[in-house]
Design a protein around this ligand. Sequence first.
Ligand code: UDP
Ligand code: MG
Length: 330
Amino acid sequence: MNDFDIPQECDNTPPRMEIVVPCYNEKEAFPHCLKVLGEVLCNLISTQKIGAGSKIIFVDDGSKDDTWDQIKEACQKNTFVSGIKLSKNRGHQNALIAGLANTTADVVVSIDADLQDDVRCIETMVEKYQEGNDIVYGVRDDRSTDSAFKRISANLFYSLMEKMGVNQVSNHADYRLMSRKAVDCLLTFKEQNMYIRGIVPLLGFNSARVYYSRDDRVAGESKYPLKKMLSLAVEGITSLTITPLRMISALGFITCLISIITAIYTIFEKITGSTVEGWTSVMISIIFLGGVQLLCLGVIGEYVGKIYIETKGRPRFFVEEKRGDNNEFK
Ligand code: UDP
Ligand code: MG
């Protein structure tokens, strides 16, 4: 507490906000998404929670349906909408990065187009930002809308990450608010396949959480089939920790110990003259060790592959077209 009441510099101007929405084949969900997010934006501007000039940036991630046509139309009709079209489908994380790279606002919120995440949290996120947090995570406190498989696999993944020492916010996907500072810092990470939700906690800024329960998709199907989900999980693990490599070393060490014991036992059996049987044990050893070795090679291969991809340093995406009536839009 100050002894004297010295007037502190105080800026009451509400922060300008940009909402980044990656869209891939979202023709069914887009109209609803535009309407709901438009209402949220207007409400927040009129109550002066956020500044005038706040907007929504839709990123079309190389959709094959008419999502981009809908985005273009929305840009024509609404001054608060901008659009970016990527030249091809580069995946959710890259689409999000493309959107973030084109923001200029004081605060940026990222949200999925299917509005499974509760948009009412945006207001709370702004409040938490005003309290001095550079990052506000949207965290699901209920997974009842997920299939049993997704629920179990997600829980397994988060506990595995935790065991490997990765500091990740459990049950947080990519629904979050970030200050300009946080976005700029995030954009300095140049990884090819960025696992954004794992990188954001590494920024180290003040953060807060907002809890919500996730709804079903408003329309359309999930754009994250099992294959994409698995590759995101592998990406998350290999980009944030080398624990699997250490586990391989530990496994190798244990296997060596076992083989020394087995060797001593075999020699002992040989000396005592009872070496007739043994086919089963030989087969089991060969199969087991072969399997373990292949698994280990696979894990090492994941990391080697990652090094190979990173060394090429290829661009993460190309922007084919931009729409939106805003001078600041890069
Ligand atoms: N998405 C994307 N590119 C892709 C896959 C998904 O931009 O290759 C977008 C999608 O349009 C949505 C968000 O990423 O806005 C999350 O996808 P989805 O809701 O299908 O994932 P789920 O909630 O089923 O995990
Ligand atoms: Mg979804």
